[in-house]
Design a protein. Structure first.
Length: 367
C-alpha cells in the first residue's frame, strides 16, 4: 500500500476547512514540525435500506419512470484512515445533534481535532455520518428540511455562555469568524432521527470495519449504548456528554430537576441486554459550567446538563454493581476547566484528549 504523507494543514484543506488567515496560521504553526503518515484511507457505507417500486424498468421508453427501479437509503457513510505506524486499535467517532463527522477533524479556529490526535497516537480512525445526516443524507421517507433561526439557542444549549458573551472561564475559541465557522459546521437531519435505523447501520459499521473503541457525542450517545448492547465488536465506550442512558427495565431512576431546557430521563431495556454493557470499559465525560445537582442555575440549559450528569452517576452505579467498569469524569474535578459541550473543539482539546488517552492506556487499549 502506498503511503500518503500529509501535514495537518493539508489535511484540513482536504476536509474543507474555510478558515480565515488567522486560523490557518495557527494550524500551520502547530503542524509544520510534525508530518502525519497515512498508509491507507477511504470511504465505505454500511447498513441501509433498498426500496423498489413495482413494475419493470424500461431504459428506452421509461428511463425516469420509477417502475421497477430502486433507491438505496438510510445507510451510514464512513471515512477511515490508517496511520503509519499503526497500533492495531480502531476508533469509531459518532457526532451529535446537528453535526456531522467534520467536527472531529479540526476546530472552528483551525486547530487539530480529535481524529488527527488519535492518528498521531497510532489509532485507525473511522469517522461516521449517521443515516440521514451529512454524506449519508438519502432517507427512505419523504422529508422536509426546516430552517428555524436557532443559532443562539444552540450557543446556549452547548454551554458556551450568554450569547454573544462566552462564560468567563470558557475554553471555546473566541472571535466572530470562529463562531461563524462553528455555526456553519451544523447540518440538518434529512428526515426524522430514526433510532432503530441508525443503530442498525452503526452495528453494520462495526461488523464491516472490525473491533474498535466507540467515541460518541451528545445525541450520538443513545446510539453508542444501543450498538454496544448489540455487538461485542465495541471494545470500549467513550461517551462525551451523552443525553440519556439505558437501565434495566423497572430500574430507570426518576431525575427531578427544575427549569431545564429539555426533559431529563433514561430508558429501560431488558436486564440481559443491559448486562452486555458490563463486558467492556465505559467512561463518560462532562465539561464545565454545570451546576451541582442540588443547585439551580438561571439558564435552563445548564440545569439540563446537571440532571443528565446526575443520571450518568446513576448509570455508572448500576453498571458497576453488576460487575461492569464505568467511570464518570467531571472535568473540573479532574483539574480541567472551562469546557463546553464541544470539549473536543475547545482551546484545551489536546488536554482533554490526553486524559482520554491515559484512560485507554489504563484499559490496555493503547500501544
Amino acid at each position: 500500500m502506498k503511503r500518503i504523507f500529509i501535514t495537518l494543514a493539508t489535511a484540513i484543506s482536504l476536509v474543507g476547512c474555510n478558515c480565515n488567515q488567522e486560523c490557518k496560521t495557527a494550524s500551520q504553526n502547530e503542524s509544520e514540525s510534525s508530518v502525519l503518515a497515512i498508509k491507507e484511507q477511504g470511504f465505505f457505507t454500511a447498513g441501509g435500506t433498498v426500496l423498489k417500486t413495482d413494475g419493470t424498468f424500461d431504459p428506452i421508453k421509461g428511463q425516469y419512470n420509477p417502475a421497477g427501479q430502486t433507491l438505496h437509503a438510510d445507510y451510514a457513510n464512513i471515512f477511515y484512515q490508517v496511520p503509519q505506524p499503526y497500533n492495531h486499535h480502531r476508533v469509531y467517532f459518532l457526532h451529535g445533534f446537528g453535526q456531522s463527522r467534520v467536527g472531529w477533524m479540526n476546530t472552528p479556529d483551525g486547530r487539530e481535532g480529535f481524529a488527527p490526535m488519535f492518528l498521531r497516537k497510532g489509532y485507525a480512525t473511522y469517522l461516521i455520518d449517521q443515516p440521514r445526516r451529512g454524506a449519508a443524507g438519502q432517507p427512505s421517507v419523504e422529508a422536509t428540511v426546516t430552517t428555524p433561526t436557532l443559532d443562539q439557542a444552540w450557543f446556549t444549549q452547548f454551554r458556551m455562555g450568554y450569547y454573544p458573551k462566552l462564560f468567563s472561564n470558557s475554553k471555546f475559541p473566541q472571535g466572530e469568524e470562529t463562531l461563524h465557522q462553528f455555526f456553519q459546521q451544523m447540518t440538518p437531519n434529512i428526515g426524522e432521527f430514526d433510532i432503530p435505523k441508525v443503530t442498525e447501520a452503526l452495528v453494520a459499521t462495526f461488523e464491516k470495519g472490525g473491533d474498535g473503541i466507540f467515541i460518541t457525542h451528545s445525541q450520538g450517545g443513545i446510539i453508542g449504548w444501543n450498538v454496544a448492547m448489540q455487538t461485542p465488536k465495541v471494545t470500549a465506550v467513550v461517551a462525551i456528554e451523552p443525553g440519556t442512558f439505558p437501565f434495566p427495565e423497572g430500574e430507570v431512576p426518576t431525575i427531578t430537576k427544575e427549569n431545564t431546557s429539555f426533559p431529563v430521563g433514561g430508558f429501560g431495556v431488558p436486564k440481559e441486554q443491559f448486562l452486555t454493557l458490563t463486558k467492556r470499559p465505559i467512561v463518560i465525560y462532562f465539561g464545565d459550567n454545570i451546576p451541582d445537582f442540588d443547585k439551580t442555575a438561571e439558564l435552563p440549559a445548564q440545569n439540563f446538563w446537571s440532571g443528565v450528569r446526575e443520571l450518568a452517576y446513576n448509570f455508572a452505579e448500576v453498571i458497576n454493581a453488576n460487575g461492569g467498569d464505568c467511570k464518570v469524569i467531571d472535568l473540573p474535578k479532574a483539574g480541567i476547566s472551562g469546557n463546553t459541550h464541544f470539549m473536543f473543539q475547545d482551546l484545551n482539546n489536546q488536554e482533554v484528549f490526553e486524559h482520554i488517552y491515559k484512560w485507554l492506556e489504563s484499559k490496555k487499549l493503547a500501544n
